[in-house]
Design a protein around this ligand. Structure first.
Ligand SMILES: [Zn+2]
Length: 166
């Protein structure tokens, strides 16, 4: 039987953020209310509406502290992150009634740990329900979102139970 692998040290977390990390900057912006797509702060993550909304209700969760590898998280933190992901997914389902929800934790472009919660709809609302959104044409992936629509989608997510104030 192979020996147990060494346990990861807690130094994988960088509470003060790391220089030049766009996600660390966004987390700092959320805390000064300079992030218009902000939805709420949960146990381990901050939640925002994705900047492109071809798939209505697409949310992104950013770990509040800089870490880059899911497998390196201490078990309790890992479970709290997953609970945050589930909380967002449940709100997305209540708000938008998608056919499915895709969960994506990639890190290829932005290493700071983050999750995409992507609602998927039947065709033709969803341009291709059978494929991952990342293979879709640029004009679909980078559709942007009008500020008024962004605000309305965030209101619907608040009404679905996340990030309500008071
Ligand atoms: Zn970071």
């Amino acid at each position: 039987m192979p020996p147990n692998p060494p346990q990861p040290p807690n130094t994988v977390i960088h509470p003060g953020g790391v220089p030049d990390c766009p996600a660390c900057r966004r987390v700092a912006q959320v805390r000064t209310l300079e992030y218009p797509s902000f939805i709420c702060e949960l146990s381990e993550t901050v939640v925002a509406l994705h900047k492109h909304q071809t798939w209505e209700g697409w949310c992104v969760l950013l770990l509040k502290e800089h870490a880059e590898h899911l497998h390196e998280l201490e078990a309790g933190r890992y479970l709290r992150v997953m609970e945050d992901v589930r909380t967002v997914a449940r709100a997305v389902v209540r708000a938008f009634a998608p056919r499915r929800v895709n969960y994506e934790c990639l890190g290829n472009v932005l290493p700071h740990l983050h999750w995409h919660v992507i609602p998927r709809y039947p065709a033709p609302i969803d341009p291709d329900p059978g494929s991952t959104v990342w293979v879709r044409p640029t004009h679909e992936q980078e559709s942007g979102v009008e500020p008024s629509r962004q605000a309305e989608l965030i209101r619907r997510l608040h009404a679905a139970g996340i990030g309500q104030q008071g």
